[in-house]
Design a protein around this ligand. Sequence first.
Ligand SMILES: [Zn+2]
Length: 455
Amino acid sequence: MRFDRFKLFTALVFCGIWSDIVFANLDKAPSAFAAGDSLAVFCDFKDARYEIVYDRTNEKATVRSTIVFDTTDMGKPLFDLIANPIKVTVDGHEVGAEEVKLPDNSSTMRVVNKVLDAGQHTLEVFHELSSGVRFSEGVNSAFLVGDLADRDLAEKYLPTNLEYDSFAMEYSVKFIGISNQQEIFTNGQVTQHRDHYTIQFPAHYNVSAPYFHTAPKGYFEVVYDHLTSIDGRTIPIVVYSKYSRLLEPFAKKTKTIVAELEADYGAFPHNSITIYATPGGGGMEYAGATITSDYALAHELTHSYFARGVMPANGNAGWIDEAIASWRDDGYQRNSSMYAVTTMAAHSQYRRHTDYRAYSDGSMFMSHLDYLFRDLGGLKKFLKNWVGDKKFQPLFTEDFIADLEDFYGVSVQSKFDRHIYGRGSKASKSSTEKSSHKRSPMHMELTPELLEQLL
Ligand SMILES: [Zn+2]
């Protein structure tokens, strides 16, 4: 059965050099659910301002967040923040915001303990940064995320929403008790004011898109470069690392890889490239940014098209971009056979993280789709069109199927039913998520120890 797509966008916003399409994202939100005697409802964030104060004197980093959001149903609004908030207000009234289990035991969020009418409201959250910060003569702080485990995105650092929701964000960053200059590495636009910085992120960013890292000036080696996109834009490249030997090779390789990706999939979707170069391990993608080793650099840049170009709307869609990036890593093979039966897109609608089988079985499935469409130009032809057409839109697996079928005029539903949803197959035949539960070689597991080292 094909999912009935509901496409709606409310406004076109053109702002400075960013031209952003702001979508009403609630059509991609999971269903509201019962929370006590009321309904827990998902929100459409309109904008979020985060005032982050790094106070070296008291070795404390605090955040005041102001979030304007819409709801379409009466109920208790949901957001997420892992740290316990110090104070939460809605429309100026202090409220509680306890953790709540999402249905199917799939994840956890926070629910505001106040029933609100449908409409626009303002949420204020005060909290202390509990990870991603270390004070020295200055401060090292990075909001590094992952998408292979539950609650591993920006909710580790800031109050935010699920991946279905894109909204304008601004970080206001202030340093107290720090005499030397701080450097900021980010995929937003930085403005220096008298006593603080602001970083503005485009309104098509969601919880997994922003990149932010600050360190005392000189802590990292940096190289500034640029490339010229096929659409004529000059795209600045910043590569930084603790290891100066990595800088030039990473910058050079980035230009080669982006040229390859632009030839295959069109102009690079983002206006800048920021790379934190590490000597080993895997990487993680952001919108036009990545922390990565040499080994994973091409994989992570591919994610600037698939993951942070066309974006997964939930955990059931996360396999698509990993499968495409892995298919590229594997040399775009074409396979007539496809055996694996998986349930990569058949998890709870509330699930947030990606199924590991995307890297192996998912990549194999892409090579099989490429075989099926071999007389129609192959799969890359569709992917180029898709990333151009659906840029910065959060999508479901059902959208992927519908768009494929529209493009080629061929039904592939039964292929997805069998290999991606595991429908009509005996359980014993399915590859289970647990059996393939190994770390992806391309993505690092952000343990607290590793995070501390990376700061
Ligand atoms: Zn990946």
